[in-house]
Design a protein around this ligand. Structure first.
Ligand code: ASP
Ligand code: MG
Length: 463
């Protein structure tokens, strides 16, 4: 039986944490085969992106660079065997010298292409592999480390948002499969390489996705995501103090919550796992024997109408109206063509014959205004609203229960919350709507109480 264990950056920030991770692996290794995927040490990806941008501006990045280097070299003091310390130090310094050359290039050319950014921002994962590898060897755990470039995931060349090429990856990793019974294999998360050997990242948070791809290809029994929290919650604990951990979710529910920005999981993670029925287990490093949320095909707790009230802040909405929309073909295409060209991701969409409204992340608002000015349609109205929030009521149970939408919006009416826009998600397992950010707290608290904490809703109610 093989378990893929992915360790997130939030639990990789000190010597003692690396030791704790090593002990968790050691214990597991006694009964199972283990493949490890690591993120960068805590905060390192952000630092690397910051350094790359400094180089781009032509500023001196030395201080920040030295700090990242020091952080990694200090971790060597947790390794007892001198030869491992030496070899690891050599590996770290090699990676840092490559990184420094890349940064000098950015500084010199004052150019930071998506390709260069991917090379720089993924260095933290490669460095972390070297460290954890040494910690494992130091505890007499037989292991093999891969740096992800020669042996790893093959992707297309979509920098910052790579798509894995599964057949090519399978071929590339064929030989490594033979080692998995006798060794713990360690891979860096977050990136793959394209056919020209460029490093291509999966986007922020993408280490979960790397782990899922490897779990698929190695036919793992489960993927464990190790963190410092127990799992998915019934709502945002910053709003709902008594939000509780969810014990079971379907793949679709986890994906939906991931899209809402639940930091627990990177949304694309679900796809390679669902395909093979591999379950995800969220594990808290503080309580290694406890099982957190399990994400699987088993539709347990199916009777629960909704499992979570999800929240996304900093939303803006755009409404476009024009008389020529009526009966005119291709209007939506014109609008979304410009939006797509500006690489703006759209959230909810609502249309009528005479108008269209859609939401975006607030930070894309200036770019969206520009894109809309390029559409070339005569608009009667173009309004832009911000300080909005999106709320989603998420759960498989929504597919089966009639009347949930009425119940949700009834609850909003009782609380005098004005709804700006509604969408019953195409997945059928969420009802999402947009409200003013200032109404967010009262809305979420009320829905959590009325839907999640309501014992009647746990069974077959909604009459
Ligand atoms: N280290 C990367 C990030 O912070 C990837 C990951 O941890 O998933 O986004
Ligand atoms: Mg993550």
């Amino acid at each position: 039986m093989l378990t893929v264990m992915k360790f997130g950056g939030s639990i990789l920030s000190s010597e003692s944490q690396l030791k704790r991770v090593t002990q968790v692996v050691k214990k597991r290794r006694e009964r199972e085969d283990v493949l490890i995927v690591v993120s960068a040490l805590k905060g390192v990806t952000n630092s690397l992106i910051g350094i790359a941008n400094k180089a781009l501006e032509g500023s001196d990045f030395k201080e920040e660079f030295v700090a990242v280097k020091k952080l990694h070299l200090e971790m060597l003091s947790g390794i007892k065997a001198k030869n491992y310390v030496k070899e690891t130090e050599k590996g770290l310094l090699e990676e840092f010298s490559l990184l420094e050359r890349a940064l000098q290039g950015i500084l010199c050319l004052k150019e930071l292409s998506p390709r260069s950014l991917d090379l720089v921002q993924t260095a933290g994962e490669r460095l972390c592999v070297l460290l954890l590898f040494a910690y494992l060897l130091d505890e007499n755990i037989q292991a093999i480390a891969f740096d992800g470039r020669k042996q790893g995931i093959v992707t297309n060349s979509d920098f910052g948002r790579a798509r894995p090429l599964m057949d090519e990856t399978k071929k590339k990793l064929e030989k490594t499969k033979g080692f998995v019974h006798s060794n713990v294999l360690i891979f860096p998360g977050f990136f793959g390489v394209d056919k020209q050997d460029n490093v291509v990242s999966f986007g922020r948070g993408g280490s979960d996705f790397s782990a899922a791809i490897l779990a698929n290809l190695f036919r793992a029994n489960s993927l464990e995501l190790w963190k410092d929290v127990d799992g998915f919650l019934t709502s945002d604990p910053k709003i709902v103090e008594d939000a509780v951990v969810l014990s079971n979710l379907s793949y679709e529910e986890a994906e939906e919550l991931g899209y809402f920005g639940a930091k627990i999981i990177y949304p694309r993670t679900v796809v390679p796992l669902k395909e093979k029925g591999i379950k995800i287990v969220i594990k808290n490093i503080q309580k290694p024997d406890k099982i957190g949320t399990i994400v699987s095909n088993e539709r347990l707790e199916q009777k629960i109408v909704a499992k979570s009230i999800a929240v996304k802040r900093n939303i803006a909405s755009i409404t476009l109206r024009s008389p020529i929309f009526v009966g005119q073909a291709g209007v939506l295409e014109k609008i979304f063509y410009e939006i797509a060209k500006a690489n703006i991701s759209v959230g909810l969409v609502a249309t009528s014959e005479t108008g269209i409204s859609f939401t975006i992340d607030e930070k894309s608002l200036p770019r969206t205004r520009e894109a809309i000015s390029r559409i070339g349609l005569v608009l009667e109205e173009a309004s832009f609203d911000k300080d909005l929030a999106m709320v989603g009521v998420v759960g498989e149970g929504l597919k089966k229960k009639p009347g949930v939408a009425g119940f949700v919006f009834g609850c909003l009416a009782e609380n005098k919350v004005n709804v700006e826009m509604i969408s019953q998600g195409s997945s059928g397992i969420n009802i999402s709507f947009i409200i003013k950010e200032s109404d967010l707290h009262k809305t979420v608290k009320a829905l959590h109480k009325k839907i999640i904490q309501n014992p009647k809703m746990k069974n077959s109610l909604i009459k």
